[in-house]
Design a protein around this ligand. Structure first.
Ligand code: SF4
Length: 468
């Protein structure tokens, strides 16, 4: 999504976007700085782009995105293969930056700063101050050509980079929580919501680009609206996006269990077009570990929350991530987490072994566990998660689902049911639909499962693709 914003900016400035980096004068690599694995992938992508230099058209490689923002000069020093490292503050002038590099000039990478300090501490004072702060994905009221931005209203700089019927829309940036293991607030800044009209206009524009499912993303969607004076704004906005012509599904990612409220659960389980899908970031369930993580809750509270959801929507999807081997985690704490995962009935589970993240509070904690203990717990919980999510998928055999077709290749029709989010969760393979077209919705009966993936027999097309 941030890549699409940069693509929109570049195109609006007259750059020609190409599919293959080898055909580009400059390769712009959007890096991720969240966890070690993502950082490694980003460095690999930069090195791969660097290998193109000297063989064809590519003259320069530039790093943008979260890792570039988080490390700035440090990344530039460590990775001279990147011709420039650009932070969020450079995005508004990205054309100038790229032209400087291409003409042989040098752009000094920034020294990272704590971006929380860029906005006022009081949430309701933030919108007024936001005009002076670079907020990727928040759009800007600029005059842009058609096809690059919404036709009306505050225009969002965005150019679609694929023709998937699913697209993310940024709901907010930053985070005001202080999870002790997390570096995101320092480089993403304080929480700030996008205006509902901007989110709505972008969704309308995406519908015009044949998008059928909108996925709302931010670091913490449950906080949406708190800086706009209405903590229940998400409830209203969800219904409005679901009513956009052409948008058939609205999905919300990343919800904080501690901030879940009955009204939001009601809207998410009872609004046509809003999928009952709960991406709840539990991270752990043993109270002592949660406290050290600076988070709240316990096993029984989390199980109650899931029960409340399923009482209203028995087929609701639920996923979560967990960190094992956190400093001070005992075998009893780990067993408590296993108890939770065993009873939670989650459709998808991400498990991460704890490792110190630069600049976080947890990195200073004592009680660090030996690496072999962390990897043993990671392996144990991953195996349990794999078994339990496969069981959960098996329980769905016989259910009726609605599948959004996302790819048709050599007779293989794949898509996702409402409880499956793009990229992170399982897929549904559709049988009995030889004429399926990407963007169509099928009513189907689940006939089998493999791991978290489902096989479903088509019953009928319930909604046509947008272009038909
Ligand atoms: S809520 Fe999420 S983004 Fe915010 S500090 Fe915690 S883990 Fe990081």
């Amino acid at each position: 999504m941030d890549s699409e914003e940069l693509a929109g900016r570049l195109e609006a400035d007259g750059w020609l976007l190409v599919d293959d980096a080898a055909d580009a004068d400059v390769a712009v690599v959007n890096t991720c700085g969240f966890v070690e694995a993502a950082k490694k992938d980003s460095v690999d992508a930069l090195l791969e782009a660097n290998d193109l230099k000297g063989h064809g058209r590519t003259q320069a490689v530039v790093a943008v995105g979260c890792m570039a923002e988080r490390y700035g000069k440090e990344l530039q020093d460590a990775l001279p293969e990147a011709d420039a490292v650009l932070g969020f503050d450079d995005y508004a002038n990205i054309t100038d930056r790229l032209q400087t590099i291409l003409s042989g000039g040098h752009h000094a990478a920034h020294l990272p700063r704590d971006r929380r300090k860029l906005l006022p501490l009081t949430p309701v004072e933030r919108q007024a101050a936001a005009a002076d702060v670079a907020l990727p994905g928040h759009g800007a009221p600029e005059d842009l050509p058609d096809g690059v931005a919404p036709a009306s209203g505050p225009r969002t700089l965005r150019r679609r980079l694929d023709d998937s019927p699913v697209a993310s829309v940024k709901l907010a940036s930053g985070c005001d929580r202080r999870c002790s293991f997390c570096a995101i607030p320092a480089f993403r800044g304080s929480f700030i919501s996008r205006r509902p009209s901007d989110v709505l206009h972008e969704s309308q524009w995406l519908a015009e680009q044949n998008v059928r499912e909108v996925v709302l993303v931010s670091e913490n969607n449950t906080s949406y609206g708190k800086d706009l004076g209405d903590i229940r704004l998400l409830e209203t906005l969800l219904s409005e996006i679901a009513a956009v012509e052409g948008i058939e599904r609205v999905r919300v990612s990343y919800l904080q269990p501690a901030e879940m409220r009955p009204g939001l659960i009601d809207v998410m389980t009872g609004t046509p077009g809003v999928v009952p899908y709960f991406d709840l970031s539990f991270q752990h369930s043993a109270p002592a570990v949660l406290r050290r993580m600076r988070r709240f809750g316990n096993t029984d509270q989390f199980l109650d929350l899931l029960k409340t959801i399923r009482d209203k929507a028995p087929q609701a999807g639920a996923r979560s991530n967990f960190i094992v081997g956190f400093p001070g985690e005992t075998e009893e704490d780990f067993a408590e987490l296993e108890r939770f995962v065993t009873h939670a009935g989650l459709d998808a589970i991400g498990v991460f072994g704890y490792s110190d993240e630069d600049g976080t509070e947890a990195a200073t904690f004592d009680g660090k566990l030996p690496e072999d203990v962390v990897s043993d717990r990671l392996a144990r919980l991953s195996k349990l998660a794999e078994e339990l999510t496969a069981q959960r998928a098996e329980q769905r055999i016989g259910d009726e689902v609605e599948v959004l077709v996302e790819s048709v290749e050599d007779g293989l029709v794949e898509g996702r049911s409402a409880h499956q989010a793009p990229e992170t969760d399982g897929l549904t393979t559709l049988t009995g639909a030889p004429d399926a077209v990407v963007g169509q919705f099928y009513r189907a009966r689940v006939t089998g499962s493999e791991g978290v993936d489902l096989v479903a027999e088509a019953i009928e097309i319930c909604r046509q693709a947008a272009a038909e």
